[in-house]
Design a protein around this ligand. Structure first.
Ligand SMILES: [Mg+2]
Length: 362
């Protein structure tokens, strides 16, 4: 038991080793990392982070620097639920999503890291502990790759130990998407888990047409077929398209997920711990999915999320994201024949290369 003494925020602009493209965000050349370090009165520390795909980082960092310390310093660091509600309601009028919930997510992750480190437990054990190994897929951001380059990237991912792969769809012509998914299915063989991500590209009618055209290729799921605001549209796509639907990287709260799940609009809820409200909210979303007899998958931040899914009996695949944050982490995620292993170090076990990051300070 110790009170929060200080919050330290970092903002870094990290260039991508290759330009990434999807159907909505266009070309991504860099991502922003916002770190939140919490120190308690006894000198123990926890670290959290969130990220953006290139913009809004200063807004997130400003909330961490200007708003959050005033709300939480002097409060009990172990009281993650109480602090979550203080920050959520303290910033509610300009919040309920956006940069506020990204900042809250970074803080909440830091507090859970601190709590687990003080307990000398790996985070997945503190959260209950179900299975240390979690099935993991490579999340390719590859919409603009030629088919040859797509298959080459796939071979590289297979060589790294991945046994499940996600590709982008949402090219201007549906026929191009169908040809690319067909080539991937032929390359990977029947039964190999393959997902496709449309990044909100389509109208509901276009998405239904696409889902039906992709039905022969046995996709594990079709992700974000249309805008996240259209819950009824997702339910229609799921019902009429016949392909399981994953969604959640653009939902920002437990209640957003409740609305989707209760409407039968999603087969694979896919929260991102860095933007859904942190560990506190992610675990509630995962348990909500469990109660509805649904699997839970994840978006981004695989180094933290591996712990969360390792604590969930209904865990599906962990997404290994392509942003390359691994370059700035001492012991990146370990894969063993398609399974990611949760680190057994206390906390989430992520040690950032602060010196390397300092050169990229924004
Ligand atoms: Mg996605």
């Amino acid at each position: 038991m110790a009170q929060i003494a200080a919050i330290e925020t970092g903002l870094y602009r990290i260039p991508l080793s290759v330009t990434l493209t999807d159907s909505t965000h266009g070309e991504m050349t860099a991502f922003e990392l916002i770190t939140c370090k919490v120190r308690d009165a006894e000198g123990a520390e926890g670290t959290g982070y969130t990220y953006t795909v290139g913009r809004n980082g200063h807004a997130v960092a400003d909330i961490c620097r200007r708003e959050i310390p005033d709300l939480v310093v002097g409060h009990e660091a172990d009281a993650t639920e109480a602090i979550w509600h203080r920050v959520w309601w303290g910033l509610h009028y300009g919040g309920r999503g956006g940069p506020v919930v990204l900042a809250l997510s970074a803080l909440d992750i830091a507090l859970w890291d601190l709590k687990a480190r003080r307990a000398k437990l790996p985070l997945f054990r503190l959260l209950g502990g179900f299975d240390i190994s979690v099935p993991c897929y490579a999340g390719g951001i590859d919409l603009d790759l030629s088919v040859d380059a797509l298959l080459k990237q796939t071979d590289d991912n297979l060589a790294k130990g991945f046994r499940a792969i996600k590709m982008k769809v949402g090219r201007p012509a549906l026929s191009a998407d169908v040809a690319r998914v067909r080539a991937m299915r032929q390359h990977l063989g029947d039964g190999f888990p393959l997902m496709a991500d449309a990044n909100m590209k389509w109208t509901v009618e276009e998405a239904i047409r696409a889902a039906r055209a992709l039905l022969p290729f046995d996709l594990t799921w079709l992700e974000e077929p249309t805008i996240p605001d259209d819950i009824a549209g997702h339910a229609r796509i799921l019902g009429a398209g016949g392909v399981p639907i994953a969604a959640g990287e653009n939902l920002r709260s437990l209640w957003d997920f409740k609305n989707y799940i209760a409407a039968g609009a999603v087969s694979y809820p896919e929260p991102d711990v860095t933007n859904c409200g942190g560990v506190t909210a992610f675990m509630k979303i995962a348990r909500l999915a469990e109660a509805f007899n649904l699997p839970v998958t994840s978006h981004g931040a695989h180094d933290i999320t591996v712990h969360l899914l390792a604590a969930c009996p209904n865990r599906s695949f962990l997404e290994a994201h392509g942003f390359g944050l691994d370059r700035y982490i001492a012991d990146p995620l370990v894969l063993d024949d398609g399974m990611a292993l949760a680190p057994t170090r206390p906390g989430h076990g992520i040690a950032f290369d602060w010196k390397g990051l300092a050169k990229l300070a924004g």
